[in-house]
Design a binder for this molecule. Structure first.
Ligand SMILES: [Zn+2]
Length: 312
């Protein structure tokens, strides 16, 4: 606005300068006219005074010429002054036009800046609106997320409740199964007990039979033992007989040995035929048996070996 004001003032100044030029030009014209009139009057005076004094006329003419020259010089100076003024005015106008252009440019720049600022403000407003939209959308998203979270938690709680119910049912089923198993076990135990009783009865019957068998066996064993005792007694008697016989034989053998020694003592003087021990122990015409265990010779009919007591 200040620029515009200044512009206006400059325009007014240039108008005043133009008016001043016009006035100067008018004054110059008036002076010119005046000079012409004076020239004319000088010519008429000269014409009138032609007869009076040629000298005077020439002088007047010279003076007029000088005046005209001076006028001309003055006019030239004035014209020069005017040209200078015109030049100055032109320069001023140029400067004013440049200033005006500058001012216009400044105004345009200001307008552009204002437009830019307005644009920036609009963008800022748009940005603000967009941010508000985004914030609203984020709020909605957050609400949806929270709702989803709540739904999930609800679903989890439901699932947990269902799982708890299922676990309870399973526990009850397990308890029922245990109870049934216990009943079945008791039943089995009862059956087992009954079975065992029957088994016991059978075994008792078997035991009775076995006892009878054992009793009979014991009886048989007793009888057998009695027989064995008798047999052993027989054997002992036989053994004693054998031993007595052996003692007798040994006594005889000793006697025979003493006799043989006596004979050997004598045989030192005269050789004598010595009989073998086996030939000595066996009586003439007796059949002997050989013990299968030790090889001892026994008389026929002996029940036990007299050397090792093996059964013959
Ligand atoms: Zn024997």
């Amino acid at each position: 606005m200040e620029e515009l004001q200044r512009l206006r003032e400059r325009k007014a100044q240039s108008a005043a300068a133009a008016q001043a030029d016009d006035a100067e030009r008018a004054a110059a014209k008036a002076k010119k006219d005046d000079a012409a009139r004076r020239k004319t009057s000088a010519a008429s005076e000269a014409k009138a005074a032609k007869q009076r004094d040629a000298e005077q006329a020439r002088r007047t003419k010279a003076e007029a010429l000088a005046r005209a020259v001076a006028d001309r010089a003055q006019a030239d100076a004035e014209a020069k002054q005017r040209r200078q003024a015109n030049r100055a005015a032109t320069a001023t106008a140029k400067a004013q036009r440049a200033a005006a252009r500058q001012a216009e440019r400044a105004v345009e720049a200001a307008a552009r800046q204002a437009a830019d600022e307005e644009h920036a403000q609009r963008e800022a407003e748009d940005e603000g609106a967009r941010q508000r939209d985004e914030a609203r959308r984020a709020d909605l998203l957050q609400q949806e997320r929270e709702a989803a979270e709540r739904r999930t938690q609800q679903a989890l709680a439901n699932a947990a409740a269902r799982a708890a119910a299922v676990a309870k049912l399973k526990t009850e089923q397990a308890a029922e199964t245990l109870r049934l198993r216990e009943e079945s076990r008791q039943l089995g135990q009862a059956q087992t007990a009954a079975e065992r009783e029957r088994q016991d009865e059978r075994e008792a019957a078997k035991r009775v039979v076995a006892e009878e068998v054992l009793r009979r066996r014991a009886q048989a064993a007793e009888e057998s033992a009695e027989r064995e005792r008798q047999r052993l007694a027989d054997a002992m008697r036989a053994t004693e007989a054998v031993l007595a016989r052996k003692r007798q034989e040994q006594a005889k053998a000793l006697q025979a040995a003493e006799q043989a020694a006596e004979r050997r003592r004598l045989a030192a003087l005269q050789p004598v035929e010595v009989l073998g021990r086996a030939a000595k122990s066996a009586r003439p015409g007796e059949v002997q048996v050989r013990c299968p265990s030790c090889g001892h010779l026994e008389p026929q009919g002996a029940r036990l070996c007299s050397s090792c007591a093996a059964s013959l």
